[in-house]
Design a protein around this ligand. Structure first.
Ligand code: ATP
Ligand code: MG
Length: 284
């Protein structure tokens, strides 16, 4: 006769999951919002190229295009004109999430594409309860299928960015190395604090990334120094150089590792992917 014994292996798995969850390393997708309300600082370039690099490192990645401009979607070769379901569909019907995800050319990279209709979400959600928690609900059903979900936010602190910050575990902030880089950062930090207080207690800063770095420019150096003095280790060691190949690749609907893997821009994003994963290991 067999004695009834508890299944310790299951208990162990449950325990490990609880510990991992506490440390932000879930067995579900880790969700990162790439956000900065300042326009043109490299959010989309970072979101889609980091997503591509992680997918090339055999991580299953979902790129969520939360900007009505749709640049992240077109940057991975998915266009609004392709028709089909998109993130706007999800905002109106959360149950549609799985039908809205599209595969890209890259094996491990999928995208939840944007639509110009997203412009209307701000107004349409105004009278709805829990309007900042819509995207969180949409992504909940997708989390088991991916290792990482990377959300490209629009250049505002409106409802779409609030939804992204509520759905995310962490925020990655790209900063362009120019005189006004820190302008608006205080407002972003206070928004993060507000979100932490009211909508997402666990949200934390994944890292600050210096973009469009020009080593020959003195101003770039002083901006980088100032950011590092303020934020210390939170600033990625990897900096993204100004590189024309990075600005060309989206018009071909390609990520930088497809368009020109040997360019300085590609090398920088590959390095960022490595640093990003190393930091996660250290957190463990
Ligand atoms: P928005 O606020 O409008 O969403 P964004 O913050 O997403 O903008 P991007 O679209 O990524 O910024 O970049 C702005 C422009 O700068 C784009 O034309 C992009 O191709 C270009 N760009 C981004 N990063 C670099 C870089 N490192 N070197 C050269 N050009 C770059
Ligand atoms: Mg953008």
């Amino acid at each position: 006769m067999y004695a009834l014994r508890p299944d310790y292996s299951i208990l162990f798995v449950v325990f490990v999951n609880i510990v991992r969850n506490k440390r932000g390393i879930t067995l579900y997708a880790k969700t990162i919002a790439v956000a900065n309300q300042k326009g043109g600082v490299g959010k989309t370039t970072t979101a889609l190229n980091l997503a591509a690099v992680l997918s090339a490192k055999r991580k299953k990645v979902l790129l969520v295009d939360s900007d009505p401009q749709g640049n992240a979607s077109s940057g991975v070769g998915v266009f609004d004109t392709d028709g089909g379901a998109n993130i706007y569909t999800c905002y109106t019907d959360e149950g549609q999430a799985k039908n809205c995800v599209q595969k890209t050319r890259l094996k491990n990279l999928s995208v939840l594409p944007s639509s110009i209709d997203l412009v209307g979400v701000e107004v349409e959600l105004i009278s709805q309860e829990n309007r900042e928690k819509k995207l969180k609900a949409v992504l909940r059903s997708l989390k088991e299928e991916f290792d990482f979900i990377i959300i490209d936010c629009p250049p505002s602190l409106g409802i779409l960015t609030l939804n992204s910050l509520t759905a995310a575990d962490s925020i990655l902030i790209p900063l362009q190395c120019e005189y006004f880089a820190l302008e608006g950062l205080a407002q972003l930090i206070s928004t993060i604090r507000r979100v932490k207080k009211t909508l997402n207690r666990e949200l934390y800063i994944e890292g600050l990334l210096l973009t469009m770095y020009d080593g020959r420019n003195k101003l770039t150096h002083s901006v980088a120094e100032e950011v590092k003095n303020h934020f210390g280790d939170q600033v990625y060691k990897t900096v993204i150089p100004r590189n024309v190949r990075l600005s060309e690749s989206p018009s071909h609907g390609q990520t930088i590792i497809e368009y020109d893997k040997s360019s300085s821009g590609a090398k920088a994003y590959i390095k960022l992917g490595t640093e990003f994963l190393q930091r996660l290991k250290r957190e463990m």
